[in-house]
Design a protein around this ligand. Structure first.
Ligand code: C2E
Ligand code: MG
Ligand code: MG
Ligand code: MG
Length: 281
């Protein structure tokens, strides 16, 4: 068959495609099962003030822990969850879990000012996210002002009117909006005027070589200046060393997250390492 005919033949290609398709189907099935078996967990990464290092909040980041297997990173399952629509269920679960965790910490006397939750464009497209969000907030008893929603520029652009309506609704209730991975999307800056945005998160690709690449420093500093002028907060993602942090301080960036303080960690670790201290120890 294909083997005797050499590599790039139809038969060979079909085999690959079939394997590819069945792996995908397998992932979808496992994802579905993972949801009903509660195999997902939420990790938290601290967000700190650039000027004095105080703990300002956390970003909630989902992980998948199938029993007896290695933990799976969101990059490896979010795309499939989006394609299949399972992101609607998963995204709602992450939000509910993050709100529940905040209230549990409140009850223990650890009042974290803010939690950020990522929202996918597919959630905006497939569901009335606004109603869902307000319902989850009401059920959890978390004040809307303590929730920050992260959307990427491309999500805003793709979902145009729907996104605009969602943002208005959230704004009315006091939920804050952050633009994730800022600077990487193909979008005009006009939306900064059109939508009321509370925070820009400078993508970590600009932070990575901040100390060595003058262009990155120029871009980061221009983002900060623009945001300041528009009265929008700025946060740096992916801060891994003191040199980057010093430069962020110099250009007037407000907050940061990154391995230099900590990767996302399980709730118990977050509690012990950050909530007790109130800063990055
Ligand atoms: P993101 O929202 O931009 O999250 C930041 C990512 O950067 C996280 O990866 C985080 O672990 C990583 N990171 C943080 N600090 C550093 C650093 O100093 N250096 C480096 N190299 N990386 C750092 P993670 O947790 O693997 O998540 C990847 C992406 O998956 C997220 O990017 C987000 O787009 C998506 N994601 C995660 N959780 C959810 C979720 O609940 N819902 C949705 N829709 N997407 C999610
Ligand atoms: Mg994010
Ligand atoms: Mg990001
Ligand atoms: Mg990112």
């Amino acid at each position: 068959r294909a083997k005797s005919q050499g590599r790039n033949t139809y038969g060979f290609y079909t085999e690959d495609l079939t394997r590819f398709a069945s792996q995908r189907l397998d992932l979808e099935t496992r994802l579905r099962r993972g949801l009903s078996n509660e195999e997902f967990v939420v990790f938290y990464q601290p967000v700190l003030s650039v000027s004095d290092g105080t703990l300002l909040g956390a970003e909630a980041l989902v992980r998948w822990q199938p029993p007896g297997e290695q933990m799976i990173s969101p990059a490896d399952f979010i795309p499939m969850a989006e394609e299949t629509g399972l992101i609607v269920q998963l995204g709602e679960w992450v939000l509910r879990e993050a709100c529940r965790q905040m209230r549990a910490w409140d009850a223990q006397g650890f009042v974290l000012p803010s939690v950020a939750v990522n929202l996918s464009a597919e959630q905006v497209r497939r569901q009335d996210v606004g109603t869902m969000l307000l319902q989850v907030l009401a059920e959890s008893g978390l004040a809307a002002e303590r929730l920050e929603i992260e959307l990427t520029e491309s999500s805003l652009m793709q979902q145009g009117e729907k996104a605009a309506m969602l943002l208005d609704q959230l704004k009315q209730h006091g939920v804050r909006l952050a633009i994730d991975d800022f600077g990487t999307g193909y979008s005009s800056l006009a939306y900064l005027k059109r939508f009321s945005i509370d925070k820009l998160k400078i993508d970590r690709s600009f932070i990575k070589d901040l100390a060595d690449d003058r262009n990155d420093l120029a871009i980061a500093s221009a983002i900060v200046a623009m945001a300041n002028a528009l009265d929008i907060a700025v946060q740096a993602e992916g801060v891994e060393n003191d040199a980057q942090l010093a430069l962020l301080k110099m250009i007037g960036c407000g907050s940061w997250q990154g391995y230099s303080c900590s990767p996302p960690v399980p709730p118990v670790d977050f509690e012990q390492r950050f909530l007790l201290a109130g800063f990055c120890a």
